[in-house]
Design a protein around this ligand. Structure first.
Ligand code: NAD
Ligand code: TYD
Length: 342
C-alpha cells in the first residue's frame, strides 16, 4: 500500500503519519505539506528519515505540482491539509478558500487520473453548525456552517460528494469533533491554555465560557481514520466523536489543576463573532459498522497532554515566537486589556 498524506506536518496529520508508520510497517507513506505557520517538520522528528517515508514540501492547491506528484501513483490519499483556525478565518478567509476548497479539488482531479485510488477527506463537525442544549449531529444533519472556516470545509465535503456522483471516485469523508493531544499548535483552546498557564500568562476565555465542545484524543481519531480508510464504504460519511462534551470553563479548570496554576490567570474576554454554542457528535455509525471505540479517558488524556507540553517547552516556545506573537497581540491584546479594566 502506498499512501499520500497531505498536511502531515500539522497536528492531526503528524500524529496520523506516526501512527501509520508504527502500525503498518510495510506501507509506503509520502507526506506532503506546505509548512505554513501551522506546519512543522519537528512534528515528524524521528520518522522523517524512515526508509518507507518521504517528505515533500508542496502546496495542494498547485495543480501542476500535484499532477507531477500523482504521476508516481498512490493507492490512497488522505487529505488533512487545510487552514484550520476559526478565528483566523474570521479575520481573512481567502487562504481558507484556496487551501481547503481549491486544494481539495486539485487532489480530487489527481485521484481521478489514477485507477483504484481511495480518497479520504478529513472534515469536521463544524460543518453542521451549532446545537442548542440537546441533540447531537448525525451524518444526516443539514450542513449549516457559521464560520468561514466551517463554510470552506463544507464546500470541500460537497465537492467530494460531487466527484463520487459524477466521476465514480472512491471517496469517504470523516467528520470529527475537537481533537486534543501532542503537537497541537498552541492557538487552539487546549494547547493555548496549557502553554499560557505554564508561562504564567492570562487564559483568555471567550464570552461566558459556557460554549460546549465534544473532545476526542487525537490517537482515538487516528485509529478511526485507519478503520475508515481500510473498511469505510465508498461515498459514505462517518462522524467521529468520543461522547465527551465539556464547557470551556470545565476545560479551563482541568488545565489549571493539571498545571497547578491559580484561577486568577483566567480572563473573560470579548466573545468570538458568530461563536457556535455547542457541538456534540453521534458516532453510532462508526461504532456499529466499523466496531470503533475510543480508548482514552479524558482526564488521563489531559494529564498526558499537559505532561507533553511540559516536556516539550522548546517546541512550543519556538512556535509561539515570530509571526505568532504578532497574531496573538492582534487577537488578544485589546480584549485582554479591556478585561483588565473591568
Ligand atoms: P493544523 O493547522 O495543525 O495542520 C494543517 C496542516 O496543513 C499544516 O501542517 C499546514 O502546513 C498544512 N497546509 C495548510 N495549507 C496547505 C496547502 N495549501 N498545501 C499543503 N499543506 C497545507 O490542522 P489540524 O488540527 O491538524 O487539522 C487537520 C485537518 O483535520 C484539517 O483539515 C481540519 O479541518 C480537520 N479537523 C481538525 C480538527 C481539530 O480539532 N484540530 C477537528 C476536526 C477536523
Ligand atoms: P478552538 O480550539 O479554536 O476550536 P473550535 O472553535 O474550532 O471549536 O476553540 C474551542 C473553544 O474554545 C471555542 O468555544 C472557542 C473557545 N476559545 C476560548 O474561549 N479562548 C481562546 O483563546 C480560544 C482559542 C478558544
Amino acid at each position: 500500500m502506498k499512501i499520500l498524506v497531505t498536511g502531515g506536518a500539522g497536528f492531526i496529520g503528524a500524529n496520523f503519519v506516526r501512527y501509520l508508520l508504527g502500525s503498518h510497517r510495510d506501507w509506503q507513506v509520502v507526506t506532503v505539506d506546505l509548512l505554513t505557520y501551522a506546519g512543522n517538520l519537528e512534528n515528524l522528528a524521528g520518522v522523517l528519515e524512515r526508509a518507507n517515508h518521504r517528505f515533500v514540501r508542496a502546496d495542494i492547491s498547485d495543480p501542476s505540482r500535484m499532477a507531477a506528484l500523482f504521476e508516481e501513483g498512490f493507492d490512497a490519499v488522505v487529505n488533512f491539509a487545510a487552514e484550520s483556525h476559526v478565528d483566523r478565518s474570521i479575520e481573512d478567509c481567502s487562504l481558507f478558500l484556496r487551501s481547503n476548497v481549491v486544494g481539495t479539488q486539485v487532489l480530487l482531479e489527481g485521484v481521478r487520473r489514477m485507477r483504484g485510488c481511495r480518497f479520504l477527506q478529513i472534515s469536521t463537525d463544524e460543518v453542521y453548525g451549532s446545537l442548542g442544549a440537546t441533540g447531537k449531529f448525525s451524518e444526516q444533519s443539514p450542513l449549516s456552517p457559521n464560520s468561514p472556516y466551517a463554510a470552506s470545509k463544507a464546500a470541500a465535503d460537497l465537492l467530494v460528494r460531487a466527484y463520487v456522483k459524477s466521476h465514480g471516485l472512491d471517496c469517504v469523508v470523516t467528520r470529527s469533533s475537537n481533537n486534543y493531544g501532542p503537537y497541537q499548535f498552541p492557538e487552539k483552546l487546549i494547547p493555548l491554555f496549557i502553554t499560557n498557564a505554564l508561562a504564567d500568562e492570562p487564559l483568555p476565555l471567550y464570552g461566558d465560557g459556557l460554549n460546549v465542545r465534544d473532545w476526542i484524543h487525537v490517537e482515538d481519531h487516528c485509529r478511526a481514520l485507519e478503520l475508515v480508510l481500510e473498511k469505510g464504504r465508498k461515498g459514505e460519511i462517518y462522524n467521529v466523536g468520543a461522547d465527551n462534551e465539556r464547557t470551556n470553563r470545565e476545560i479551563t479548570d482541568l488545565v489549571l489543576s493539571a498545571t497547578g496554576k491559580p484561577a486568577s490567570l483566567v480572563r473573560y474576554v470579548a466573545d468570538r463573532p458568530g461563536h457556535d454554542r455547542r457541538y456534540a457528535i453521534d458516532a453510532t455509525k462508526l461504532r456499529t459498522e466499523l466496531a470503533w471505540r475510543p480508548l482514552w479517558d479524558f482526564r488521563d488524556g489531559i494529564a498526558e497532554t499537559v505532561a507533553w507540553y511540559k516536556n516539550n517547552r522548546s517546541w512550543w516556545e519556538r512556535v509561539k515566537s515570530g509571526e505568532y506573537r504578532r497574531y496573538y497581540e492582534k487577537m488578544y491584546g485589546k480584549r485582554l486589556r479591556d478585561a483588565e479594566k473591568k
